[in-house]
Design a binder for this molecule. Structure first.
Ligand code: GRF
Length: 206
């Protein structure tokens, strides 16, 4: 084989290995983790990403049970450990490239934002900038949508910055709200949208 042919093959292999390494993803969640489960399911068949770690600030969070089904290692921590940088350290030790917040209720501290600039994504169960900010989570969001008489609601997937629900919006999808829908009905519709789009949007961000 000629020198140039060998050189071209090496170049191709080198480019290939630089352009498509499988990204390591960690999920942080505080509760049930139904989104986390959909994400774990999705990435079982992805060439682009792999869920390597699930972290929770609640020892009893059901997301930890869900992780067992997928053999994904888990860890727990409290607010001060997050603020002191121990979560960041754990993610770096696991060589995590990308962080997904899926129902994670604590504020992301500067040490984590700086370690993962534009590499932390969150999902919010409403059409931001409406119904966002501190204290707006879970059924409270859907109750507020109902109280306002809105005809539609939806999901917002956004990058995370230093303020709750204010990072750059990546994706939104809407669903109609009917007069007779209860907040629980709205929550169900919104969850269906989340399952449909969140894994896919994460993959496209990697
Ligand atoms: C989701 O509705 C998500 O939008 C919000 O928290 C909820 C988490 O639900 N950030 P689950 O734990 O994934 O079931």
């Amino acid at each position: 084989m000629s020198f140039w042919r060998v050189w071209a093959i090496c170049l191709f292999l080198r480019c290939k290995s630089y352009s498509s390494p499988v990204k390591k993803i960690a999920i942080l969640a505080s509760g049930s983790g139904s989104n986390a489960e959909e994400i774990m399911k999705y990435f079982q068949n992805s060439q682009k990403g792999n869920i390597v770690l699930i972290g929770s600030n609640k020892k009893e969070a059901f997301v930890l049970e869900r992780a067992k089904k997928f053999d994904v290692p888990t860890f727990t921590f409290d607010k001060s450990q997050l603020e002191e940088g121990q979560v960041t350290k754990k993610l770096k030790e696991a060589e995590v490239d990308f962080v997904v917040l899926a129902g994670f209720l604590l504020k992301i501290p500067d040490n984590l934002l700086q370690a993962y600039p534009n590499h932390i994504v969150n999902i919010h169960p409403a059409l931001l900038p409406n119904y966002g900010g501190k204290g707006m989570y879970g059924i409270k969001v859907h109750q507020a949508v109902k109280d306002a008489g809105d005809k539609e609601t939806g999901i917002t997937i956004h990058l995370v910055n230093e303020n709750y629900d204010e990072g750059k919006i990546i994706f939104q999808a809407a669903v109609p709200v009917n007069l007779e829908d209860s907040p629980e009905d709205i929550a169900k519709k919104v969850h269906q949208l989340e399952y449909k789009y969140f894994p896919n949007v994460i993959e496209s961000l990697l």
